[in-house]
Write a protein that binds this ligand. Structure first.
Ligand SMILES: [Zn+2]
Ligand SMILES: [Zn+2]
Length: 267
């Protein structure tokens, strides 16, 4: 009887171990993109999390920004890595970033030199990562098992010519995610960045890629397996959502309307 019980117990323990390990395998293998505001996204997989273009306060009268409560919700989470693509106020505002980095001293923040310059002297130097990148240049670093590459993808001509826009490529738990910020359509520059080697699982791009000349070609050069559109004007979200789905039924959107996108794959 004792032997039978112990065999049963062993079997139970084995089953428990299997189900716990398959739970972790599943959790590890899922990728979640959670909308915060405008182009702001929390990227999560397994125990890893990254913030991209999350802390900002300007709407330019068109875009959704987090209110105080929304910022508080993010402040309540200790996320080891925060990234910003560029200095525009609908992607980055120094105040909330400084507050977050000071209350999370082990968090690393990376972005364009213009962005990081605004933080120097206000947070610990070791929390900041940046580099001055020339056309089609990139740099990489690691944080908590994640690899990040910042790729110089210009914001555009004219008034945007001086804005450094660094696309953020993150290898998180085996998922390869790209967030281009406000990268303009620039086929020459994009072709030189070597996207073939990056093998992107999910690319997060502004909605206008589908409505701008050359957008389709730029997406082909990036060559992601999956697409997520962001940066839709708040009042037109329904209209853009429908138009985007019509043009790319396989793509997803992240907005006030659709706040979470999940991907999973077998190991
Ligand atoms: Zn911009
Ligand atoms: Zn923008």
């Amino acid at each position: 009887m004792k032997q039978l019980l112990s065999r049963k117990l062993r079997l139970f323990i084995t089953c428990l171990t299997l189900s716990v390990s398959s739970f972790y395998a599943q959790a590890k293998d899922e990728l979640t993109l959670r909308y915060t505001a405008n182009a702001g996204v929390i990227i999560a997989s397994g125990p890893s999390r990254v913030l991209v273009d999350t802390f900002f306060s300007r709407t330019f009268g068109r875009f959704h920004a987090l209110d105080r409560e929304g910022h508080k919700r993010i402040y309540s989470q200790q996320i080891p890595l925060a990234l910003a693509t560029h200095i525009h106020g609908d992607h980055f505002t120094s105040g909330p970033v400084i507050g977050y980095l000071n209350s999370n001293p082990s968090t690393t923040f990376a972005g364009s030199e213009q962005v990081v310059t605004q933080l120097r002297g206000k947070v610990k130097d070791k929390q900041l990562v940046s580099a001055k990148l020339g056309p089609a240049e990139k740099m990489s670093f690691e944080k908590n098992g994640m690899t990040v590459s910042m790729l110089n993808m210009p914001h555009g001509d004219g008034q945007f010519a001086t804005i450094q826009n660094y696309a953020q490529y993150i290898d998180i738990n085996g998922w390869k995610v790209l967030h281009v910020g406000d990268a303009a359509i620039d086929l020459d520059n994009t072709a030189k960045l070597g996207f073939d080697e990056l093998q992107i699982d999910v690319a997060i791009v502004p909605y206008w890629y589908l409505f701008t000349e050359g957008g389709k070609e730029q997406m082909e050069l990036i060559g992601a397996d999956n697409w997520v559109f962001v940066h839709m004007p708040e009042e037109d979200i329904d209209r853009f959502d429908q138009a985007l789905k019509k043009k790319r039924s396989d793509a997803e959107t992240l907005s006030l309307k659709n706040k979470t996108v999940k991907y999973s794959r077998e190991i």
